[in-house]
Design a protein around this ligand. Structure first.
Ligand SMILES: [Zn+2]
Length: 72
């Protein structure tokens, strides 16, 4: 879950993103709050198992935790 933020000092990448244009924002499930992806401006980065996708809005995703359809 949150181990990625605790283990590695990711200040550099965060600074780089925030200084470019829009700071990344978490996209979470409306029902259970499970992290679905990270929004970078008009695109959303989705990490699913070992794959990583960068998709354009609008995005629709089904929560792995509770099955709720989330749209953004
Ligand atoms: Zn959910």
């Amino acid at each position: 879950m949150a181990y990625a933020f605790n283990v590695r000092p990711s200040h550099q990448s965060i600074t780089r993103f925030s200084s470019s244009s829009v700071p990344p924002a978490e996209w979470r499930c409306l029902e259970c709050g499970k992290l679905l992806g990270v929004r970078h401006g008009a695109r959303i980065q989705i990490r699913f198992q070992r794959h990583c996708y960068l998709v354009s809005l609008p995005v629709e995703a089904i929560c792995r935790g509770c099955g709720t359809v989330n749209q953004t």
